[in-house]
Design a protein around this ligand. Sequence first.
Ligand code: PHE
Length: 369
Amino acid sequence: MAYTVPKLKDFSPAALDSAVRELLSALEVETAQAGSAEERKSFRDRWLGRKDGILTQSNDLWLKAAPKEAKREVGQRVNKLKAEVEQKVEAAFRKAASATTRPSLDISLPGIRRPLGAEHPIIRTMNEIVGVFKNLGYSVAEGPVIETDYYNFEALNFPPNHPARDTQDTIFIAGQESKPQRDRLLLRTHTSPVQTRAMEKHRPPIRVVAPGKVHRSDTPDASHSPIFHQVEGLAVDTNITFSDLKGTLDHAMKELFGSDVKTRFFPSFFPFTEPSADVQVSCFKCRGTGRIGDQPCRLCKASGWIELLGCGMVDPKVLEFHKDNGYDPEKVSGFAFGMGVERIAMLKYGIDDIQLFFHGDVRFLEQFA
Ligand code: PHE
C-alpha cells in the first residue's frame, strides 16, 4: 500500500513522533524505488507538490487540524519535518539525475584534437603535373572512368579485334553482349578517351590535360596495380610539329624532376599516334652515369635512363573522326602524351612499392603531411 498522511486523533508529542517516523520511513522506501527519470519526477511531485503533495497534506492534516494548545509544538515539528523532507527529496532527485544525464561542460578540459589530413601523394603529384601544363596555357578536362568501347578503343584507332587491344589488359563490364560493340562498357585503360571527348567538345586550337583514374587487369605487385592514375595531354593547332612535343615534354620533365635532367625519345607504337615515342629521362639519382660511387645505380638499373611516358603526333586517322568539328588532318596537326602518376610519384618520393598508395596506412600517408 502506498503511504498516505493519516489524520491524527492524538496530538501528543509521542503520537506526533510516531507519525513523523512513519512518514520518513515511507520516504526512504520511495526514494529507493524511484529509478527512471519519469519515476523520479512523479516521486518529487508526490512529496513536494504544492497542491496535494505529502508535505502539504501533513501541513493540512497535522498543523492546521491541531487544537489551539498543541499548535506551537506541532508547528515546530512540522516545520522541521518539512525542511528534512525537502532536502532529502531534492538530494535524491539530483543524485539520480546526475547519474543518468551527461555531466555539464567543463571548459577547463583539453579539447578534442582533430588530426589534420594531408593531400594523398597521388593527388599531390597529379596536381603538380597538371600545374606544369596549366602554366603553359593548357586547360583541364575530365572524362568518365566507366567508358564505352568507342571512346577507349575505336575512336583511338584500335579497330575491333585488332591485336593492339591486347596490350591494354582491359577490365570489361559483364552483361554487355547484347549491345553493339562500340557501346559496350569497360573501365577505361588509359586517359586517352578524354582526347576524343575534348575534340568533340572544342574546335581547334586546343590544349588540354586530363588527369584521372584508370584500370587494367594486372595482378598487384610492387610495380603493378589494377588501379592507377594517368595525366593525358593533347595539343592540336596549325603547324604543330614533333619538335613542339619534344620541347614541351623536355620542359615538363625539368619542372618535375629538376632543371638538370635530360630527356630522350625512343621510337614506340600507339595506334592513335604516328610517329610514337617513349620518353626517357636521365636518372636523377646517379645523374645519368649509371653508377653511384663504385656501385651500379639501382633506380635506373645502371642504364642511366628511366622510362617515363608515352607520346606521339596525333594520328591523322584520329583527327579524321572529328573532321566535322574542325580537325581536318590536312589543316591541323597535334601531339599527345600520357604519363603514369604513380610511377612519377614513386620516383619523386623514393617509394619502392606501388601498393603503398592504396593501403590507406596513415603511417605512410603522414609522411606527406
Ligand atoms: N594512352 C597511352 C597508354 O596508356 C599513353 C599515350 C598517351 C601514348 C598519349 C601516346 C599518346 O599506354
